[in-house]
Design a protein around this ligand. Sequence first.
Ligand SMILES: [Zn+2]
Length: 288
Amino acid sequence: MLYQAEGIILSQTDLGEYDKTVTIFTREEGMVKAVVKGARRAKAKLGALTQPFTHGLFQLWRGRSMDRVIQVAVKASHGGLMEDYARMVYAGYLAELLLELIPQREKNETQFLFFRSVLDCLERKEDPWPVVRWAELGILSEAGFGPSFSHCVICGKMPDGPSFTFSMKHGGIVCENCHSRAWSQAGGGHEEAAVLKVNGDSAGYKSPDSEFFIISPGSRKTLEILLDEARNSIIPGDALPCPRITAKGKVRSEVGRLVKRYVSFVLEKRLKSMDLVESIEDDGAMNH
Ligand SMILES: [Zn+2]
């Protein structure tokens, strides 16, 4: 049976001698795996039209075990992502994040519309960094792992002070009281002894199990705004606004490290593309 779906190609793998399989994130059916017959033959038009990050209208044949791509009307090839190394790495990373979080054949139109805007912003914005942080937070939120940066995630109080503690397990900022309680529940002993400095970066501390992450007020505010902008953006519509906020120096480094660590925590694994992401970010060396 033939059907049509709006979709974005997230990944491709070779299949046999001449074919390939693609994973398409579709608006109508969620993640769909499909074969592109003859995609790797010389001058295969369909092969060229089914490159990663291509956004288009797909004609698909519903197969018993796997679907087949019959035709594509390209809406945006996102060639700009492939011409810039950092943007290409970021797009691959966000695609991997989606592939990990989203089950096959489960419609999630809001997530689709958000990711469609993410790719457009990633291609268009001069600095891709805020787009990636906004995307990570938005994708996690929509998948049910939205962190909280505006108040203590346990007691709801607004913490105050020269620094804020983020709990990976609770998915948000925790106030000092709740932190002490959470610390002992996490098996922490003497707090002073257990808090370790990470590569001399005074702002980033971690417990032995990386459960807590300390950030500055500037980083907390930046994260709160990025998350708000991601949530506001998630409404069906044609043009969703790209994030307006950005960050520099220490705040950029803290925000990036916190969100990346939270991504690994939520997935309970390190994404394959994480090494590449860290290699292109200033704070890359501090993550090891
Ligand atoms: Zn609290």
